[in-house]
Design a protein around this ligand. Structure first.
Ligand code: PEP
Length: 259
């Protein structure tokens, strides 16, 4: 396993928040609070319209990496409002999300389409983060493993067909839907259990699955970050609400990590 790739990833999903000006204001403050660290990766997913402002405002701080929140399943075409992975690569972005639960719930993204998006990100040379996770109803019905298997395996089918590269390049985010934006956080034990299940699912299909980086997402905050990073199998976090404030995201990025 490549240790440089497996170092903790602290990712900020800004969703539909922050235009170009508020992006600049955020970065001015964040860069004061968070100096570059070589032992972790910090990645931002700004709204597409604010990406060029982000790239300009981070001046000289290439350690603050940037990704695209969603891409189309096609490389290009007549798809008003959409962005492709190839366009994100042309804009020099390094990362892309696929399958965020808000895309699945609000925009009807289904497993096959999520797999296609992940394939496009890989083809374009971007590092993908595949988001998976169960709803509260599914958890209560004891369907955690079944849901994670379905979400991960449908993507593995597509990857096998395209002969995609090593697992050390790939990142998954376990994001229980009931913990996103609700203030409810999975306990470190819940996170460790789900991350273990995901590795088991990967191990059935992929030889080097232990190299995959698996993040936890769902109401991560400065006061729970260290316990979550200490949980077995948790290699970083994907943060929504608490990443919008420069002080709180800086505290998250500065958290001690023994993994
Ligand atoms: C997310 O949307 O990926 C997320 C984890 O959001 P929050 O931190 O607000 O729960």
């Amino acid at each position: 396993m490549n240790e440089a790739v497996r170092q903790p990833v602290l990712a900020a999903n800004w969703k539909m928040f922050k235009g170009p000006e508020t992006t600049r204001t955020f970065l001015d403050r964040f860069m004061e609070l968070y100096p570059a660290h070589s032992d972790r990766s910090v990645v931002f997913f700004p709204a597409a319209i604010s990406i060029s402002a982000f790239l300009a405002a981070r001046s000289g701080r290439d350690d603050l990496e940037v990704g695209i929140q969603d891409v189309h399943t096609e490389v290009e075409g007549a798809h008003t409002g959409a962005v492709s992975a190839a366009m994100a690569a042309e804009a020099k972005l390094g990362w892309g999300l696929a399958g965020h639960s808000e895309r699945r719930q609000e925009f009807g993204d289904e497993d096959a389409g999520v797999g296609a998006k992940l394939g496009r990100l890989l083809e374009a040379g971007l590092r993908p983060i595949l988001c998976v996770g169960e709803t509260l109803e599914e958890r209560r019905a004891g369907l955690l493993e079944e849901v994670l298997s379905r979400q991960v395996e449908s993507v593995l089918d597509g990857l096998a067909a395209s002969g995609s590269g090593p697992w050390s390049d790939k990142v998954l985010a376990y994001e229980p839907v009931w913990a996103i934006g609700t203030g409810e956080t999975a306990t470190p034990r819940d996170a460790a259990e789900a991350h273990g299940l995901i590795r088991e699912i990967l191990s059935r299909r992929a030889a080097d699955e232990q190299a995959a980086t698996i993040l936890y997402g769902g109401s991560v905050k400065p006061d729970n970050i260290e316990a979550l990073l200490a949980a077995e199998g948790v290699n970083g976090v994907l943060v929504g609400g608490a990443s919008l404030d420069p002080d709180s995201f800086a505290q998250i990025c500065l958290a001690r990590s023994d993994r």
